[in-house]
Ligand binder design. Structure first.
Ligand code: FES
Length: 106
């Protein structure tokens, strides 16, 4: 289990015990954060699993693939150095303490 802090759209933060090997999106959804809709189910085609990564973590996460970068940079809520699609991040043990905020949808 990996401790990850998640803040919802109302600004409420909860620490979840995330399973390694599952995506960050799947872990957030499994912990009843309904703000993260993840409509496409992790196919990297909807952008409704958008999260902001707390300062200092962006560089530590696996690098974005081109399709993720293209999709997320089109979002009106895109923030350079913070925005990631949570379905494209596989949780691993070195993510202990990761902190993310669910991004608003537009
Ligand atoms: S769930 Fe659709 S892009 Fe991540």
């Amino acid at each position: 289990m990996v401790k990850i802090s998640v803040t919802n759209l109302a600004g409420q933060t909860r620490t979840i015990d995330a399973d390694e090997g599952m995506s960050l999106m799947e872990n957030i959804r499994a912990n009843d954060f309904d703000d993260l809709q993840a409509i496409c189910g992790g196919c990297c085609s909807c952008c409704t699993c958008h999260v902001y990564v707390e300062d200092g973590w962006y560089e530590k996460l696996p690098t974005q693939a081109d399709d993720e970068a293209m999709l997320i940079e089109d979002s009106e809520c895109f923030q350079p150095g913070k925005s990631r699609l949570s379905c494209q991040i596989e949780v691993s043990g070195d993510m202990e303490g990761l902190t993310v905020t669910i991004a608003p949808e537009v």
